[in-house]
Ligand binder design. Structure first.
Ligand code: ADP
Ligand code: MG
Length: 413
């Protein structure tokens, strides 16, 4: 069976029909290929660009099979574990209530089922039969007033406790589009903009959102671009991190590409920061500045021991002349005594005990001298040293007494 979907790109002031997708499933309902072709309208548009490296700007169709069944630009717009769970749960309940068979969704189904209003980036999907955008919103987005109810609903959902229909509707209204595994939802800000609210999970061992705020503050102080953010205390143990959506601007939606898609990363393939900086060099607008910013981010990731720094936690935004790094996001301190596999600085580098000397040794790949990289590391370290004071300012009690304290080791080379 084949399902056809049109792809529109939202550019400032216009929405351009840019491509046609065909998702092919086998008799068992599994996705077996995706075919994509650009429209002539897109190929002739003065602002056209390749949506991802797998979809170069050429006429004719390209069929994706094998390990990367969805081209990166398409897969980036779909939900990951959290959003998929919500979509599946809502569909399962509807099927039960209507006496229908249990639903079964492919990766492609999840992409088009997720809410159009909050979808990441500037792609919009259109049903060729009706001309309608997929998927139209059903409920109003939550607002900051709903944060306590969202916290309670996310806690119940992540504890596998019963979530009533009203709570599920609240989570589903804004929660189905963005990737990641942790509970989250898009919310409407008092000014009418879009924000992302990161919520607590039932089995959190510390106040994850508060520590993420601490680290974002430190990153900003270290000269790294971060989204606008605010920490909302909802109860003594519960806080919500509300981040401005960086893929929405006054001019509308902004294109997004994950580093995972830029690198065409295959499942289980290990890529390094040097791989990323090299791939960025080919497509970045103002590449030297982007490379230096990435070097600073790597120095920071090492200083706060962010081990969840896989390539879906790095991304690019579409500028007028190319791609530039999206503000840094999902950076979290992790105790050093619990080693985790993370992104190596360079190919073959350590994944559990990364060291800034690896960054200094890779300076050339970032277009910098080792002295400049040493300077960056020093600046970052000086800022990160202030972590206990910043943690206290975000309401974390006795930050130096908890296990997270071991994340912050500051050593200048
Ligand atoms: N401020 C933001 N604006 C727009 N999109 C964002 C923002 N922060 C994160 N995202 C997108 O949402 C996804 C999930 O967010 P993330 O913070 O990584 O959540 P998780 O902790 O569950 O991994 C990211 O991979 C990124 O694509
Ligand atoms: Mg993430």
């Amino acid at each position: 069976m084949t399902r056809d979907v049109r792809v529109h790109v939202a550019l400032p002031g216009e929405e351009v029909p840019a491509g046609e997708l065909a998702f092919e499933t086998n008799a068992g309902g599994a996705l077996i290929s995706t075919t994509f072709r650009y429209t002539e309208a897109w190929l002739r548009h003065p602002a056209c660009y390749a949506l991802c490296p797998e979809l170069p700007l050429v006429t004719g169709s390209r069929r994706s099979t094998g390990p990367r069944l969805l081209p990166g630009a398409i897969s980036d717009t779909g939900p990951d574990r959290w959003g998929r769970t919500l979509l599946f749960d809502a569909a399962r309940r509807a099927a039960r209530a209507g006496g229908a068979a249990m639903p079964s969704f492919t990766d492609a189904d999840y992409v088009v089922l997720a809410d159009d209003r909050t979808r990441l980036g500037n792609l919009r999907y259109v049903d060729p039969a009706t001309g309608a955008h997929l998927a139209p919103p059903e409920d109003d987005l939550p607002t900051l007033v709903d944060l306590p109810d969202l916290v309670a609903a996310a806690r119940a959902a992540t504890a596998h406790e019963p979530v009533d229909d009203a709570a599920l509707r609240l989570l589903v209204a804004g929660g189905t589009t963005l990737g990641g595994a942790r509970p989250k939802t898009s919310v409407r800000t008092p000014q009418g903009g879009l924000a992302l609210a990161k919520l607590p999970a039932a089995d959190d061992r510390w106040d994850v959102q508060a520590w993420e705020a601490v680290v974002l503050q430190l990153a900003r102080d270290a000269g790294i671009t971060v989204p606008g953010f605010a920490l909302h205390r909802v109860g003594p143990e519960a806080s919500v991190l509300v981040l401005d959506r960086f893929d929405r601007a006054a001019t509308g939606r902004v294109g997004y590409l994950s580093a995972h898609s830029l690198l065409e990363q295959r499942p289980d393939e290990v890529v390094s920061y040097v791989d990323l900086v090299e791939a960025m060099g080919d497509v970045a607008q103002d590449a030297p500045a982007q490379r230096a910013e990435l070097a600073r981010r790597v120095a920071f990731v090492l200083a706060v021991n962010d081990v969840d720094d896989h390539m879906r936690n790095h991304g690019l935004l579409r500028g007028t002349r190319g791609w530039r790094l999206a503000p840094m996001f999902d950076v979290n301190p992790w105790p050093r005594e619990w080693p985790e596999q993370s992104t190596p600085v360079a190919a073959g580098g350590s994944r559990t005990r990364r060291d800034v000397t690896e960054l200094v040794d890779s300076a050339g790949a970032f277009g910098l001298t080792s002295d400049v990289v040493r300077g960056i590391v020093h600046e970052v370290d000086e800022v990160v040293r202030a972590w206990p004071r910043v943690a206290t300012s975000y309401g974390i009690e006795d930050p130096e007494g908890g296990v997270v304290a071991t994340a912050f080791r500051v050593t200048a080379p």
